[in-house]
Design a protein around this ligand. Structure first.
Ligand code: ZN
Length: 306
């Protein structure tokens, strides 16, 4: 059976980490695909040369969604990512190829874009911990990579917060398993780079710059080591689900808008007010959330990558 996605592998002659770079895990997020195609040209011409470790490039991870210019084919590929013996849909079939590919790598750079206008940011995993949800021992390496991708905002706390919301909804917390979570669960580490708004002409530039910086930082190529960047860190601490179709926002929020403690965020269908629990930020507000799904996240400022 033909592979569901094209994979380009470059091996160095010296030892080094195995880096996987993914584009278009979400089909309408094309900046990563454009940036990877550009890197492929540079590798073909010799302008870029992998000397150490291994570089694996997947320009379009979700082909069906990409061709439809939609986030998903049948469902979100970046949730509930696991192998299944009897794949039911497009994303199950991709997962059966993507999971072994992730397992064969040490580091992941997953390139995405987002819906509403805003500055690029990088999503990092948890700090080192031995908990049951997402035990991790590579936080320092992951932070080190995140600091060198050319963006100045980091977001953490996603799986923790997601799992709490999922538990309230009676959904398994394993549903929060995406590409980076999968690699962390298999001994590696990785970040999701949100390169800008879907149509932002700068987003492919952000993605391409991150590829070059990542290659230099991990020493896969010979290039000056990028300097570590001080970052604003926003920690997701809670999530509100949309409960009823009548739930509505007080105004059209954009992601990362600051909220003051007690500020009105919206109303429940029964008129009850929803207010900010503390000073912080509204993140990923979704005016189209279906009842029972995440309506908005709340983040607090943190010092982690400052
Ligand atoms: Zn995405």
């Amino acid at each position: 059976m033909p592979s569901l996605f094209d994979t380009h592998v470059f091996r160095g002659s010296q030892a080094g980490p195995r880096l996987l770079i993914l584009g278009a895990v979400h089909g309408n997020e094309k900046c990563g695909s454009i940036a990877i195609e550009r890197a492929l040209k540079q590798l073909a011409s010799g302008e870029l040369q992998v000397l150490r470790g291994q570089l694996t490039l997947v320009p379009v991870t979700n082909r069906l969604a990409y061709e439809r210019n939609q986030r998903a084919g049948d469902r979100n590929l970046n949730r509930n990512l696991q192998r299944t013996a009897a794949p039911q849909d497009n994303e199950d079939r991709i997962a059966n190829e993507l999971c072994p590919l992730l397992e064969a790598h040490d580091v992941l750079l997953d390139l995405h874009s987002f819906h509403s206008p805003g500055q690029p940011f990088v999503m990092v995993g948890p700090e080192d911990n031995t908990g049951s949800l997402e035990p991790f021992a590579h936080a320092a390496e992951e932070e080190s990579l995140a600091r060198r991708l050319g963006v100045s905002r980091a977001v953490d706390g996603w799986l923790d917060t997601y799992a709490r919301g999922a538990a309230r909804r009676g959904v398994s917390s394993s549903y929060g398993m995406g590409t980076t979570e999968y690699l962390r669960a298999h001994g590696g580490y990785g970040v999701t780079l949100e390169c800008g708004q879907h149509e932002d002409p700068l987003a492919p530039e952000v993605a391409h710059r991150a590829i070059l910086k990542g290659l230099a930082h991990l020493r896969l190529v010979d290039a000056p080591a990028p300097a570590a960047q001080a970052m604003e860190t926003l920690r997701l601490v809670d999530v509100w689900d949309r409960e009823q179709p009548g739930d509505r926002f007080a105004r059209p929020w954009t992601s990362f808008e600051p909220l003051a403690a007690g500020e009105l965020v919206g109303w429940r269908g029964n008129g009850a007010e929803v207010r900010a629990p503390a000073d912080g930020f509204i993140v990923f507000p979704n005016v189209n959330a279906t009842p029972g799904a995440e309506w908005f996240y709340f983040a607090a400022r943190d010092r982690r990558l400052a």
